[in-house]
Write a protein of this length. Structure first.
Length: 122
């Protein structure tokens, strides 16, 4: 997952990386359902809590860089934004695991729209 999502993000224009991240991570988990289940199980039963910043900091950095590339000047709490985005992705992937008929790809577009409107504009 890290390799496929990381590669997609690396090849995208800086200003487009948050949307590419959302789309590619949801697409990966939809395509690799066993990875989704394994990730959920690890979070639930993994024992020791891992450092949450390892998950939100890269997303926050993508947002910050995209804002700079787009010339967006307004203040944004990139940590909270990254946590919101991660939570939305988790919810969509979780729902797709519970209901294989759920359109997670369409849902990822809703997340992209949220990110664009709330976090990547003044």
């Amino acid at each position: 997952m890290v390799e496929s999502v990381g590669e997609a993000v690396a090849y995208a224009e800086v200003a487009e990386r948050p949307r590419v991240y959302v789309r590619s991570i949801v697409a990966h988990f939809v395509s690799h359902r066993s990875h989704s289940r394994l990730s959920v199980e690890a979070l639930i039963h993994g024992g020791a809590r891992t450092d949450s910043s390892a998950r939100w900091k890269p997303v926050a950095a993508l947002l910050k860089s995209a804002r700079e590339a787009r010339g967006v000047k307004g203040l944004s709490d990139s940590r909270t934004a990254a946590l919101i985005i991660g939570g939305a992705i988790d919810a969509v992937v979780g729902e797709a695991l519970e209901d294989p008929g759920y359109d997670a790809v369409a849902a990822s577009e809703e997340i992209v729209d949220l990110v664009e409107q709330r976090f990547l504009t003044d």
